[in-house]
Design a protein around this ligand. Structure first.
Ligand code: NAD
Length: 296
């Protein structure tokens, strides 16, 4: 059994820490909120007066904090983890923070002889309670293998993201997609309501199409990702259909800011001569706009 320091006992961190205790690990905890600490002490954790004290006998230190500045302060600040931590220990930041802050932390800790990996989590506090989080592991293969048994106390699936700093990067992409899609989905849902169409029918249709399943796994793999831009569905036709939806929405006074912005991307693609290419060529168009050259 391992000796673990857990810092940040909020909505996510508290149930994650409880799952360590259930597996019999020795657990030292710290949080600014004394009630959160007391609740963990009730079930067998040891309270610490600061992060340095929590870390002093730890083989693993886990941080689950609101932002990168707090993670940095907790690890490198006054009364922080690096004041007491043994150099052979492994630091695992599971918070969602800015990837460049993760990179700086990994480098700054390494220059002081410490090892850190990033393992942000997917899913929600319900999954944290159930121990079924999605673990996005950024680290060297050695770090991942060392942490794996411990991490699996908190999650049901671990994805190796491809090296240090890549866990937080894949988390960022996942959140970008799902958060932006939430707003786009709301536009579609309100247009649905304005048209008097039932949600159930719309969901039945979209559950089998790229609208519901996303493009990474449906329209891209056999087209743009293979370098094939011959049209299964043309950019010109997609632009026309998007225009009809926006026109209908305008007549019904439904604002569609994300749909309107998307139409401009199709407009750019047509202006660049891609009108008769497959709609997955939108990926190539956005690559070009970003100045990223690719073979297609
Ligand atoms: P939370 O606000 O519920 O918990 C944060 C905890 O950190 C609090 O208990 C707070 O007292 C403590 N804290 C703040 N500063 C501290 C310091 N300097 N030292 C010690 N403790 C300190 O947040 P949460 O929902 O548990 O989220 C934690 C992290 O997990 C965030 O980075 C969040 O983005 C990420 N996350 C949250 C969810 C979710 O569904 N809530 C899902 C995935 C990832």
């Amino acid at each position: 059994m391992s000796s673990v320091a857990f810092i940040g006992l909020g909505q996510m961190g508290a149930p994650m820490a409880r799952n360590f205790l259930k597996q019999g690990h020795r657990l030292a905890v710290f949080d600014l909120n004394a009630e959160a600490v007391d609740a963990l002490v009730q079930v067998g954790a040891t309270a610490s007066k600061n992060a340095a004290e929590a870390a002093q006998d730890a083989e693993f230190v886990i941080t689950m904090l609101p932002n990168g500045d707090l993670v940095r302060e907790t690890l490198l600040g006054e009364n922080g983890v690096s004041q007491t931590l043994c150099k052979s220990a492994l630091i695992i930041d599971m918070s969602t923070i800015h990837p460049l802050q993760t990179d700086h932390l990994i480098a700054d800790l390494a220059s002081r002889g410490f090892s850190m990996m990033d393992v942000p989590v997917g899913r929600t506090s319900d999954h944290a309670i159930a121990g079924t989080l999605l673990l996005l592991a950024g680290g060297t293969p050695q770090q991942v293998e060392r942490a794996r048994p411990l991490l699996m106390a908190m999650g049901s699936e671990l994805i190796e993201a491809g090296g240090p700093g890549m866990g937080i990067r894949v988390k960022l992409i996942n959140n970008y997609m799902s958060i932006a899609l939430n707003a786009l989905s709301a536009e579609a849902a309100v247009l649905c309501e304005a048209l008097g169409l039932s949600f159930e029918v719309a969901m039945q249709v979209m559950s089998g199409t790229p609208a519901g399943k996303g493009h990474f796994t449906t329209s891209w793999p056999n087209k743009v990702l293979k370098g094939d831009l011959t049209p299964a569905f043309m950019i010109d036709l997609a632009h026309k259909d998007l225009g009809i939806a926006l026109d209908v929405a305008n007549q019904l006074h439904v604002p569609m800011p994300l749909g309107a912005a998307s139409r401009e991307v199709y407009n750019q693609a047509r202006a660049a001569g891609r009108g008769r290419q497959d709609w997955s060529a939108i990926l190539e168009q956005v690559r070009n706009s970003a100045g990223i050259n690719h073979k297609n």
